[in-house]
Design a binder for this molecule. Structure first.
Ligand SMILES: Nc1ncnc2c1ncn2[C@@H]1O[C@H](COP(=O)(O)OP(=O)(O)O)[C@@H](O)[C@H]1O
Ligand SMILES: [Mg+2]
Length: 371
C-alpha cells in the first residue's frame, strides 16, 4: 500500500496537445480513486504517467515517499490493467497469472499458492486450465485482474477495465471490484468515462476535462455541490436541467426570471447572489427536485412546459418536457404518471435544491463557490 502524489504534471504531445495540464492530485494510501471524464480528456495519459509508460514534460510524480520521475516502469511496483486486457492466447489462465511471478524468479511452490489464492479471491479456481479463447469476457477480465493481483503491487492502475463487458456483467464486476478493494485495501487509481461507475466505485472522485482537474471530492459532494456547469451536467442520469434567466433583486426579494416564469429564490442566497443583480445566469435543478406537486413551505415557483416524452423506467417515470424558449426539462416522477404527451403542465421546483451558474464557458456554480 502506498500513497501516490502527482504534482503540477503537464504532458504535451507533438508540441501542441496538452493531454494533461498542471495536474495536481494526491491519492491517499489505500484509497480507491476514480478519475472520470469524457473521452480524450487525458485519463489514460495520466495513468500511463503514473505507470512510467510516459514521461511528464514538467511536474513530479511521487510513489510512496520516492520521487519516481526517473524510476523505470518495471521498478515502480504498480500494476496496470488496460482497457483491452492483454492475455497471452497460447497460455492457460494459470500460466497467464503466473507469468509475472515466473519472470521475477519466484519459487514454483510460492507461485502455485499465490495464483490459487488469487483465483479463489476472484472466483475463477475452476477456470485455471482454460486458455483465453475458452473464457467469456467477464472471465477473461477476472484473469487480467488476477495477473495484477498476484504480484501484490503497491498500487493498481485500472484503465476502463469494465468497458468491454456487457451491461449486466459490468454491474456484477463493479460490485466485485468494490468487495475486492474492501479486502485488499490496495491503493487504486481507476479510470472511466462512466459517471455511474465513478459515483458507485470511488471513495474519492477526480473529474477531468480537457486535461485539467475540474473537481476532486467524495462522490456525493460532487453530485450535490458541483463546482461548475460541466461537472453538474456530467453527473446524474437523467442529467440536471439548465434554464436561462436573469437574477433580479427588489424589495430584498431574489427572483429568477425565465422566459415564461418568475421563481422566488430563498432569502438565504442573498449573500451569494447579491453581486449578480440584473445578470443573465443559468439555473440548474436536478430532475428529482422537480415535481408536479408543490413543495411544502415554498412560495409559488412553477415552470410552464409541454410534455414531449414519457419514459417509464419501472420504479419511476422520466418525463421530458420543453418550455416556450425551447429548453428541455426533465422530471422524475411516480411509476404510473397521468402526464400525457403534448399536455401543458405547470411543474414545481424545489428552490432549496437549485444551483446558479455563470453563463460563460466555465459556468461557475455561484451558490456554493462564490468567493
Ligand atoms: N501518444 C500520443 N500521441 C499524440 N497524442 C496523444 C497520444 N496519446 C494521447 N494523445 C492525445 O491526448 C489526449 C488525451 O488522450 P487520452 O489520455 O488517451 O484520453 P482519455 O483516456 O481520457 O480518452 C487526446 O487528445 C489524445 O488524442
Ligand atoms: Mg483512455
Amino acid at each position: 500500500m502506498t500513497r501516490i502524489l502527482l504534482e503540477n504534471i503537464t504532458k504535451i504531445f507533438d508540441g501542441e496537445t496538452a493531454a494533461v495540464s498542471d495536474f495536481t492530485l494526491e491519492i491517499p494510501e489505500g484509497c480507491f480513486m476514480v478519475i472520470v471524464g469524457p473521452s480524450g480528456c487525458g485519463k489514460t495519459t495520466t495513468l500511463r504517467l503514473i505507470a512510467g509508460l510516459e514521461q511528464p514534460d514538467s511536474g513530479n510524480i511521487y510513489i510512496g515517499d520516492t520521487l519516481a520521475n526517473e524510476t523505470a516502469a518495471k521498478n515502480r511496483d504498480v500494476a496496470m490493467v488496460f482497457q483491452n486486457y492483454v492475455l497471452y492466447p497460447h497460455m492457460t489462465a494459470f500460466q497467464n497469472m503466473a507469468f509475472a511471478l515466473k519472470m521475477r524468479k519466484f519459487p514454483g511452490k510460492y507461485i502455485k499458492e499465490r495464483v490459487r489464492e488469487t483465483a479463489k479471491l476472484l472466483g475463477i479456481e475452476d477456470l485455471l486450465r482454460r486458455k483465453p479463447h475458452a473464457l467469456s469476457g467477464g472471465q477473461r477480465q477476472r484473469v487480467a485482474l488476477g495477473k495484477a493481483i498476484v504480484r501484490k503491487p503497491s498500487a493498481f492502475l485500472l484503465d476502463e477495465p469494465l468497458s468491454n463487458l456487457d451491461a449486466k456483467m459490468r454491474l456484477a464486476m463493479r460490485t466485485e471490484l468494490k468487495t475486492l478493494h474492501q479486502k485488499l485495501k490496495t491503493t487504486t487509481v481507476y479510470v472511466t468515462h462512466d459517471q455511474v461507475e465513478a459515483m458507485t466505485l470511488g471513495e474519492r472522485v477526480c473529474v477531468m476535462y480537457n486535461g485539467k482537474i475540474m473537481q476532486t471530492g467524495k462522490p456525493m459532494e460532487i453530485y450535490e455541490k458541483p463546482v461548475n456547469r460541466f461537472v453538474a451536467g456530467f453527473f446524474g442520469t437523467p442529467p440536471m436541467n439548465f434554464i436561462d434567466g436573469k437574477v433580479k433583486i427588489d424589495n430584498s426579494k431574489i427572483h429568477f426570471v425565465t422566459h415564461d416564469n418568475t421563481i422566488i429564490l430563498p432569502q438565504s442566497l442573498m449573500t451569494c447572489l447579491n453581486g449578480y443583480q440584473g445578470k443573465e445566469m443559468i439555473l440548474g435543478i436536478r430532475p428529482e427536485n422537480v415535481s408536479q406537486i408543490p413543495y411544502a413551505n415554498q412560495e409559488d415557483n412553477t415552470l410552464t412546459a409541454i410534455v414531449e416524452i414519457v419514459e417509464p423506467v419501472g420504479n419511476k417515470t422520466d418525463v421530458y418536457l420543453r418550455n416556450s424558449s425551447g429548453e428541455r426539462l426533465i422530471l422524475c416522477t411516480i411509476p404510473y404518471t397521468d402526464l400525457r404527451v403534448n399536455q401543458t403542465v405547470k411543474i414545481h421546483i424545489d428552490i432549496n435544491k437549485i444551483h446558479i451558474f455563470e453563463p460563460d464557458q466555465t459556468g461557475k456554480n455561484v451558490i456554493f463557490y462564490n468567493d
